[in-house]
Write a protein that binds this ligand. Structure first.
Ligand SMILES: [Zn+2]
Length: 232
């Protein structure tokens, strides 16, 4: 992929600790990279490697093992602000690696001055997991939540998800007891949670499953679908 059309250094143009602004700026720079305006299918899954290397001008390092946190969890990714590198654990699934990478991009852009915000000492919080019960201080937890939020919105922007969802479901929202819901989930209870996950991985007649469109795990896609209230 060719170099990004970015003339100023990221530090000059970087808004601090305002995730929506950071995110919009990032998406704009990425669109420029892909040509204006890029087609939906060229833009998604979001090209995270280009963001790291061509927008941030950081290095991306994939590593077999990044160790584990003091809370016992495998470290999935971390930022090295001195070396300007994002490290991601390579032994995770493609979707999980992408989520970690997007999370670390959030840290790299928003949390430069956070004293402990290097991932390594913090237990990672996925939207599908329960909140931390012990460990990091509340301010660290807030930073982690912010990076998770950022990752979800970077990988699965609301507008794009709504559009792709409509293509798969044939309507803006899907009733969990509809025919399509039953088709996507042939066995199991038709709850909003189950149908959200089933429709995330459902192979439509044309095009890709939603989780593949956005390059995320079915669980992450389902969480986003529930957040946006697309299954009822
Ligand atoms: Zn983190």
């Amino acid at each position: 992929m060719s170099a990004l059309l970015v003339t100023q250094s990221p530090s000059e143009s970087r808004p601090q600790a305002c995730s929506l602004e950071v995110l919009n700026n990032l998406l704009r720079l990425l669109s420029q990279e892909l040509g204006r305006p890029p087609k939906f299918e060229e833009f998604y899954p979001i090209h995270l490697e280009s963001i790291v290397e061509s927008v941030l001008h950081w290095k991306l390092v994939r590593s077999d093992d990044l160790g584990s946190s003091p809370y016992g969890a495998q470290i999935m990714g971390r930022c090295d602000f001195e070396q300007k590198a994002i490290l991601v654990r390579s032994q995770a699934s493609g979707g999980a690696q992408r989520y970690s990478l997007a999370h670390e991009i959030g840290h790299a852009l928003m949390h430069k001055d956070a004293p402990r915000c290097v991932g390594g000492s913090l237990k990672r919080v996925r939207p599908t997991r329960s909140p931390l019960s012990s460990g990091p201080r509340p301010e660290d937890y807030a930073i982690e939540r912010e990076a998770e939020r950022f990752a979800a919105e970077l990988l699965m922007p609301a507008k794009a998800v709504r559009r792709a969802f409509q293509e798969v479901a044939g309507s803006p929202r899907l009733w969990s007891r509809s025919q399509l819901a039953e088709k996507a989930l042939p066995s199991g209870e038709l709850t909003i949670e189950n149908v959200s996950e089933a429709i995330s991985n459902y192979q439509p007649t044309r095009g890709k499953p939603l989780s593949a469109t956005f390059g995320v795990t079915g669980a992450a896609m389902a969480t986003r679908i529930r957040e946006l209230g697309l299954v009822f």
